[in-house]
Design a protein around this ligand. Sequence first.
Ligand code: CUA
Length: 179
Amino acid sequence: MSSILPPASRVWWKEPVEKIELVWIGIALVWALILFFMMPYWHVFGKQNLSNEAYRISPERYLAKAQAMVDQYTVRQETDQNIPVAHPPAGSDVYLVARLWSWWPILELENGKSYRLHLSSLDYQHGFSLQPENINAQVVPGYEMVITVTPNKAGNYSVVCNEYCGIGHHQMVGRIYVK
Ligand code: CUA
């Protein structure tokens, strides 16, 4: 029988539910509830969930704040593009600018200290992906994401753009140093 034909019995919807069907409905319900309560549970007890704040900000104003940090705390320049390396004091607000196709500046942070990491884009949507830790956040123009971070392992980290943003997307790689 196909659904094009009318059902054989006109009161098909009044048949008692098969036991095996009830069992599957029960299993699906229990699983759905487990997944539902995992969301708040994992937010509190999971190790990789970001409690971020988001604020509206214009790209110009965001760039001005990042520029102020770079002007004050640049300790040296690196790479053939002379990207500034900023080493702001522990506990302060640190800024990372995303734009076609770079992360700016390079941040140098201290191990075991907390920072308020600000992320925003000046043009299109980018994706912040900290490697090899695999911490991810969306970076959207017009909004400033603020994440409180406490690096717990010294090393050199890469910031990879993981949101496709055009022809230079694969070159959009930045750095964060933890000392
Ligand atoms: Cu920025 Cu992809």
